[in-house]
Design a protein around this ligand. Sequence first.
Ligand code: CP
Length: 316
Amino acid sequence: MTREPIRHFLADDDLSSAEQREVLELAIRLKADRFAARPLAGPRSVAIIFDKPTLRTQVSFTAGISELGGYPMLVDGGLAKIGVRESAADVARVLGRQVAAIVWRTYEQSKLEEMAQHAGVPVVNALTDDYHPCQGLADLLTIAEHTGGLAPEGPALAGRSLAYVGDGANNMAHTYLLAGARAGMDVRIGAPEGYQPAAEIVTRAEAIAADSGGTVTLTTDPSDAVEQASAVVTDTWVSMGHEAQAVERETPFLPYQLNAALLGRAAPGAAVLHCLPAYRGKEITADVIDGPQSVVWDEAENRLHAQKAILTWLLR
Ligand code: CP
């Protein structure tokens, strides 16, 4: 008997458009019925490791794994020192003998891939320098909820547009390109020169969009990016790891601040998203993030439902 290969969720495009839709449909079911899936009953353990700060990701994976019947095993990244004390491959070999899945927030995507290659159990990206695919799933779920639901068939959010303004070179911009293209969306990135997305990821997103019916647009004009968009998104101008450049990174992004004037270019009632933590008065103004179009608290909650869905799907 041949066994199905182990699936991982390391980048947004690890899921095909049809698979992404399956996971989102499952997330909607699990949001309506919190304890409908118990793939970790036993309880089986899931290792959760953080090499970078977190609030939402730690809380939502811990609560979600518990709700799936499992034991969320928080492994202290500062003590484990993966890649320093021992290789990601050796850590994977140890963890894979004892846990049902591994969730890891770290710096280099290549280290996460090394973990996945040797773990023998599903590995989930809880954020790397390159992508934040769990946030991507939660955001698609949130956009669906606030723009008329999933498309009746085919790619999950066909016909919807997502405008991201700010640092186009960070992990969230990359995630929106890949996840949005898989969902059949029109994805627009408005970012200054020097902060545009990685060319390799743009090429991947364009190839995906050609298949899904979506589009990919890069611009340096934030108004063009936002024009009549269904969802408008921003993120901190100082991603984890760039703290030393906080001052020099402010000026280039000032025209990209998500404020009432910029939001006024979007479609009426467009949903405003931010993965949080947010810096009011920097990348987004208080009146926008705390205003009637903001869906950021639904978005934060949806981390729970989306991550329960991807874990259930990977462990199926
Ligand atoms: N959005 C997000 O990943 O939040 P944390 O960094 O707090 O986990």
